[in-house]
Design a protein around this ligand. Structure first.
Ligand code: ATP
Ligand code: MG
Length: 366
């Protein structure tokens, strides 16, 4: 999707992909095959490029610092990526800056998790510091046995992050684009809906009060300054049942919560990411429609259903984005956005089209 934006702006790009069958590598001629955590491969990439940017956090901050030491330009910088990669560092940095974060602690042992729970109550949430996605590094832990299981599961990345289990009212995402010269635009606040820790749906604008929306946007802008973001910065936030706004985590790149900006906003997050890292004027970030809903297409089987696409496109207004990914049950392989006047109507149609693409048998679809 970043490449699609690069085409329109005639921005030449080289992609570092781990496998020639990776989605981006299959549609772009200028690809280097290599690993994002290999200094040699990163150097091969950086030597060909005026600057390097990121599509995920599976990089080693020490290697990124080494690139900078050798004079290569990273946007965002290695220091920003180091924070974005590490949930414990995020809690510590934002908490120390006086920003609202859930109660948290670093824990090396099940006993330490138990002591934290003694102070804050069970259940607690135990997270791998890094490498998690789609809820894969997150465990809700209800007792001492669960704490032991969590420490065992994350034993290669100790300490773990243990935090209070926040009673969620809803979850929000704030997307900010910021350029090196300091220009910044914030998208309207979106609501994200998670199932089993995985984002399944994004709603724009978020059904939240004007005051909460303003608070969330201000918080997003402060975080962008704090981590010296360049490009898109996505900030995931919790709203608890008392109306309290808390920072969950950040991503220093285009993010799933912003995919609907392709079809619903004046400038997509992907284009604004490119504009920002190239220090070009940023595009306006407002919504062009009263309501937009994005639903992720999550594969339910290994097989593709030949008629799924036609069925999805038969849903009025369904804008289909498939990623060319191999199907595996539980894997995100695309998304559908529907825009319109009425949120409920738009949501219903987006869900319907996404279900048709996910491979669910027709009898199971709502
Ligand atoms: N402390 C918490 N209290 C309540 N729910 C939580 C807490 N932490 C995480 N969750 C739930 O789990 C989801 C995933 O958590 P988190 O964002 O940390 O994981 P992730 O796997 O990194 O997600 P992503 O797919 O966004 O990278 C959250 O969106 C939220 O729904
Ligand atoms: Mg998350």
């Amino acid at each position: 999707m970043t490449v699609q934006a690069a085409i329109a702006l005639d921005v030449p790009a080289t992609i570092l992909a781990a496998d020639p069958l990776d989605a981006a590598a299959r549609v772009w001629p200028d690809v280097l095959i290599g690993r994002p955590d290999s200094l040699d491969d990163l150097l091969r990439l950086a030597e060909r490029c005026a600057l390097v940017t990121f599509d995920h956090e599976l990089v080693d901050p020490a290697q990124l610092r080494e690139l900078e030491r050798r004079g290569f330009l990273l946007r965002p910088a290695a220091a920003t990526m180091a924070v974005a990669r590490d949930k414990l560092q995020q809690r510590a940095r934002f908490g120390a800056a006086g920003l609202p974060v859930p109660a948290f602690r670093a824990a090396h042992t099940a006993d330490e998790i138990g002591r934290f729970a003694g102070e804050h109550g069970w259940p607690v949430v135990v997270k791998a510091r890094r490498g998690g996605y789609d809820g894969r590094g997150v465990m809700v832990v209800a007792d001492a046995a669960g704490a032991a299981a969590a420490v065992e599961r994350y034993r290669d990345s100790l300490p773990v992050l243990v935090e209070e289990h926040v009673p969620l009212e809803r979850e929000l995402a704030v997307l900010v684009a910021r350029s090196p010269s300091g220009e910044m635009v914030a998208y309207p606040v979106f609501e994200t809906v998670q199932r089993d820790g995985m984002c399944v749906e994004v709603v724009a604008p978020a059904p939240a009060s004007e005051q909460l929306t303003r608070e969330a946007t201000d918080l997003g802008r402060r975080i962008a300054l704090l981590v010296d973001a360049v490009g898109i910065l996505a900030i995931e936030m919790f709203v608890d049942r008392a109306g309290r706004l808390l920072i969950n985590e950040i991503a220093a790149r285009p993010h799933n919560s912003g995919h609907l900006t392709i079809d619903a906003a004046a400038t997509s997050q992907f284009e604004n990411h490119l504009r920002a890292i190239l220090d070009l004027p940023l595009g306006p970030a407002h919504l062009l429609v009263p309501a937009a809903v994005m639903v992720n297409v999550v594969a339910t089987t290994d097989e593709s259903t030949a008629d799924g696409l036609a069925e999805a496109l038969a849903v009025e207004g369904a804008r289909v984005h498939l990623y060319g990914k191999q199907r595996r049950p539980g894997r995100k392989i695309g998304h559908v956005t529907v825009v319109g006047e009425d949120l409920d109507d738009v949501r219903r149609r987006a869900r319907q089209a996404a279900a048709r693409l996910s491979g669910e048998p027709a009898t199971m679809r709502a």
